[in-house]
Design a protein around this ligand. Structure first.
Ligand code: FE2
Ligand code: FE2
Length: 303
């Protein structure tokens, strides 16, 4: 049985963010180069990482008979595919600004290909990695949507990209988990893999930040380091204190991602932050609707 919340629709939104309008500075995050390379390092991991999430779930797709979960897998694949596309666009702009996120993207892509080739890397391990990473992204998403002001130093297009990405991470946070539990049912294994992934992911992001700084020939000032330290560790608004308790819940027996019932954050985003003009899917739907109305008018039918 799947426990995935059926109250949340997993709906891919085809957004387009005007990065080139306002992403013009190398230290685009509040004039702080350390925060900027942090955003660049994270963004570089999304296209290859999300591609692997999709593949690892697809490996199990044929075993799923539950219609709801099948639909949710479809939504998950659509959302992750589109996140990957938008981060690729952002990475190209960052490259033009001298932060070569595209080079890092290729590096991770190559690494992933190599490790998937190892015989010991099973489908179970790949899916468990995805489940672990989905937990990390979902709890980070909750942090930034609960305290949206932590991104206030960012330019609007990147802010909007991250809020939208966060919302969809919440919507689909339990899909890989449900597939894993239905097909493998091994929560202890998930816990071991999350410990490993947390370590590997932190090391990779740190190395990628250093690489971006070296390639851009930038030496951060003390003030910039302090700003980054505050973003990460400030007791009230820091990322690490903000996600700590949710992170630990993964290790509770019987944990399910929807134990963190945060559907209200999706509603809050729809009401206060969603910009339909960036939603290409909505624009297309509206255009179709208008064309239909026009056709009805021409045919003399009520619109
Ligand atoms: Fe994503
Ligand atoms: Fe995700």
């Amino acid at each position: 049985m799947t426990q995935t919340s059926t109250q949340v629709e997993i709906k891919p939104r085809h957004m387009s963010f005007p990065f080139s309008d306002d992403l013009k500075e190398q230290n685009f995050w509040g004039g702080n180069i350390v925060l900027s390379v942090f955003a660049g390092a994270l963004s570089s991991t999304f296209p290859p990482g999300e591609g692997e999430f999709i593949e690892s779930v697809r490996n199990y797709r044929d075993q799923i008979k539950d219609e709801t979960l099948k639909q949710q897998i479809k939504g998950f694949i659509g959302q992750e595919g589109h996140h990957s596309h938008q981060h690729k666009r952002a990475n190209l702009i960052l490259k033009d600004l001298g932060l070569d996120a595209v080079r890092l993207e290729k590096h991770l892509e190559k690494d992933l290909k190599r490790y998937i080739g190892y015989k010991r890397v099973t489908n179970k391990f790949r899916l468990a990695m995805t489940v672990g990473m989905e937990h990390l992204t979902a709890i980070m998403a909750e942090h930034i949507l609960t305290q949206p002001e932590v991104l206030s130093g960012l330019n609007p297009s990147v802010q909007e990209l991250l809020y939208w990405h966060a919302v969809e991470e919440i919507e689909h946070k339990a899909v890989a988990f449900d597939v894993f539990m239905l097909c493998e049912n091994d929560q202890k294994y998930l816990q071991r893999v999350l410990r490993l992934m947390s370590f590997l992911f932190s090391v990779r992001i740190t190395c990628y930040m250093v690489a971006l700084l070296i390639w851009a020939r930038k030496r951060p000032s003390w003030k910039e380091l302090k700003g980054f330290g505050s973003f990460m560790f400030n007791k009230k608004t820091g990322l690490i204190p903000g996600i700590r308790s949710n992170y630990k819940d993964y290790f509770k027996p019987g944990f399910h991602p929807w134990d963190h019932a945060n559907q209200d954050l999706v509603e809050m985003w729809k009401e206060k932050m969603y910009r339909p003009e960036h939603d290409l899917g909505l624009q297309r739907a509206n255009a179709k609707e208008k064309a239909k109305e026009q056709k009805n008018l021409n045919d003399g039918l009520p619109a």
